[in-house]
Design a protein around this ligand. Structure first.
Ligand code: GTP
Ligand code: MG
Length: 301
């Protein structure tokens, strides 16, 4: 690792918070590229994904973590373990919550995560997100007061990850907290998340968009093979579900649903890889995959 000149700052910034508060949206915005998938459903992110931002005199490595909550199965227990690992390995923590949900008071889930942050004894910033959803700006004031009481924050910001409100001031505050250190990733590298896992995530994102109710949580995507044939890339992917009834839902009438997932995923994947894509999607019933450690490891979970 090359040492930069005196005064270069770098470090790992864990982004934590309840499911669905906008962690992945913020990390993508800060990094300037879509490395982490986003959906309107809670528990979209399943494993920590690192995204690098380089600026004058600094390198910040953001770690987008799965939504933090009390675990209910092996998958979610592992997700939570990885959140704790990310917290303990970070130089700075960005704690996020959702202003539109905190209107009636900060929730138990937020307190649970804030406690984890406080116990990690890492310098932490609170970012109250989705302020664009508050009817009036003053609605945020009681939330700020309450958040200030949750832990000993270095700073508290009202932000909107989608509208871009207050993102630069937040970023400046993060940089101020970074310790002196080396450049961990070469310039130009945005993430070290393996390409096949990103491809799988892009497909899962479309499945989350299209599927309803309990099905999204039962879905895992595995890339079986990637074949480059000139300027065409052929991707063989498997969508795993837990029950035959879920398989029928993913397929849809006359294969309509899976076709839609495929078409939408292909568009995004083509943009990511910059080549033409042929996407071969299959649906497989893999009962109990969420509790199968070997399976989870294979999927990088
Ligand atoms: N209105 C509004 N919506 C937002 C904002 N930030 C994120 N969202 C939306 O909130 C939803 C959840 O965003 P994600 O970035 O997937 O949230 P997350 O915290 O990563 O969720 P998990 O991975 O499930 O923990 C998506 O529908 C986003 O478009 C914001 O600032 N304003
Ligand atoms: Mg996420």
């Amino acid at each position: 690792m090359a040492r930069e000149g005196e005064g270069f700052r770098s470090g790992f910034v864990a982004v934590v918070g309840r499911p669905n508060v906008g962690k992945s949206t913020l990390v993508n915005r800060l990094v300037g590229q879509k490395i982490s998938i986003i959906s309107s459903r809670p528990q979209t992110t399943r494993s920590p994904i690192r995204g690098v931002r380089n600026g004058p005199g600094y390198q910040a490595v953001f770690v987008d973590t799965p939504g933090s909550q009390k675990p209910r199965d092996t998958l979610r227990a592992r997700m939570q373990e990885r959140v704790l690992d990310s917290l303990s390995e970070s130089d700075v923590v960005l704690f996020m919550l959702d202003a539109s949900q905190a209107k009636g008071g900060v929730g138990r889930g937020d307190r649970f995560v804030a406690d984890l942050v406080a116990r990690s004894r890492t310098p932490a910033i609170a970012a109250i997100n989705k302020v664009d959803l508050l009817p009036r700006r003053d609605d945020a004031l009681p939330i700020v007061d309450e958040v200030r009481g949750l832990a000993d924050w270095e700073d508290v910001f009202l932000i909107s990850a989608t509208a871009g409100t207050n993102i630069e001031p937040l970023m400046d505050a993060v940089v101020r907290l970074l310790p002196q250190g080396p450049r961990y990733f070469p310039e130009g590298v945005v993430t070290d998340y393996p390409e096949t896992l990103i491809l799988a995530e892009y497909i899962r994102e479309k499945a989350l968009e299209v599927l309803r109710e309990e099905v999204p949580h039962a879905v895992a995507v595995e890339i079986d093979e990637v074949e480059r044939k000139g300027d065409l890339t052929v991707i063989y992917a498997i969508i795993h579900v837990e029950r035959p009834s879920q398989r029928m839902i993913v397929l849809g009438k006359g294969g309509r649903t899976i076709k839609r997932i495929g078409t939408e995923a292909r568009r995004d994947v083509e943009r990511l890889l910059g080549t033409r894509i042929y996407l071969d999607l299959k649906v497989k019933v893999s009962p109990g995959w969420r509790s199968n450690r070997g399976f989870l490891e294979r999927l990088g979970l």
